[in-house]
Design a protein around this ligand. Sequence first.
Ligand SMILES: NC(=O)C1=CN([C@@H]2O[C@H](COP(=O)(O)OP(=O)(O)OC[C@H]3O[C@@H](n4cnc5c(N)ncnc54)[C@H](O)[C@@H]3O)[C@@H](O)[C@H]2O)C=CC1
Ligand SMILES: CC(=O)C(=O)O
Length: 377
Amino acid sequence: MIIGIPKEIKNNENRVALTPSGVISFVKSGHKVLVEANAGIGSGFRNEDYANAGAEIIESAANVWAQSEMIMKVKEPLSSEYTYFRPGLILFTYLHLAAEPALAQALKDNDVTAIAYETVEVNRTLPLLTPMSEVAGRMSVQIGAQFLQKTNGGQGILLAGVPGVSRGQVTIIGGGIVGTNAAKMAVGLGADVTILDLSADRLRQLDDIFGYQITTLMSNPMNIAEAVAKADLLIGAVLIPGAKAPKLVTEEMVKSMKPGSVIVDVAIDQGGIVETCDHVTTHDDPTFEKHGVLHYSVANMPGAVPRTSTIALTNVTVPYAMQIANKGVQKAISENGALKLGVNTANGEITYEVVAKDLGYTYVSVEDALAKEVVSI
Ligand SMILES: NC(=O)C1=CN([C@@H]2O[C@H](COP(=O)(O)OP(=O)(O)OC[C@H]3O[C@@H](n4cnc5c(N)ncnc54)[C@H](O)[C@@H]3O)[C@@H](O)[C@H]2O)C=CC1
Ligand SMILES: CC(=O)C(=O)O
């Protein structure tokens, strides 16, 4: 199979979908890899590194897309990339379609087989989301601490406090991968940490991990309101796989926060859980202020630590991409239930149920979509 690796074009997105080591794996298995010139620079991988690994360096993005059977990316295509879509193209990347209706329509209109990293699912875990959630969860506290500084627009508190002065309060809504990793960092800094989740089992696990270092609370409107009101740093970390994030933190709750408090809504890639986090921000201009509270809503947080993130991401994506390359997309999907759950669009249909529901399309199963006329390139 011919696999294409375009350079990421989202604001400050310095990750790349494949490392030179990944290229070696594909080439050894008899595949051809086309890498757009300078695609790896942001992650510290030079064109020569890719060429030495056996990739062909291609000058233009258009040629990479046109000549490849499968495109591997990191972030969802931006509108300028929709022109590269065509029937039969396999796209393997983060998509977050519930929050990207125009992209969903473009993939559908162009009969692209689009497999979303974030919905590949094994035993109720999301193996291709996990490493980036680990990164973003850890970053969320680092970023929050930084914006709590007066010089950066915050209320001017140190999360750790000092002897004689109270510690900062970190409230984390959602105790999955992002939430747990945020808690590790916040506990490590010495903050006062509260985590809310809807799953009693998850709260028990968190209690086992952190003991008396954190407070766990069942997620319900009353507990959320109280925990938000006292938060110096609020972290949004809820996920319902594939679906638009529920708005759990209302504008009224945000108004109850202290001036200069900070919200890091990590779940913004699925639309965000905070009502006032009404738009995505960029690494260039990451925050905005509403009701005196700083809001941070960058949808590609790991893009700021690309070396760590690229290696962590490709560690998990390459084995799945290899199955697609070795077997072809239809056979790979039929033999691997985890990968099948990743398919969000195929043959002009939306094939992930909650995405179809959230965007108002009729859901068609992957099998039925692929059983329609099979388009080959
Ligand atoms: N902004 C960025 O750059 C990045 C964003 N993310 C996003 O962060 C979000 C969280 O991801 P993960 O931690 O990996 O998901 P996860 O599935 O590991 O955890 C989600 C948690 O939310 C809980 N939950 C569901 N409904 C809830 C509710 N009503 N109240 C409280 N908790 C509830 C679940 O029980 C689960 O424990 C996702 O949207 C993910 O895409 C991940 C990486 C980077
Ligand atoms: C999960 C995701 O969208 C990211 O890492 O950018």
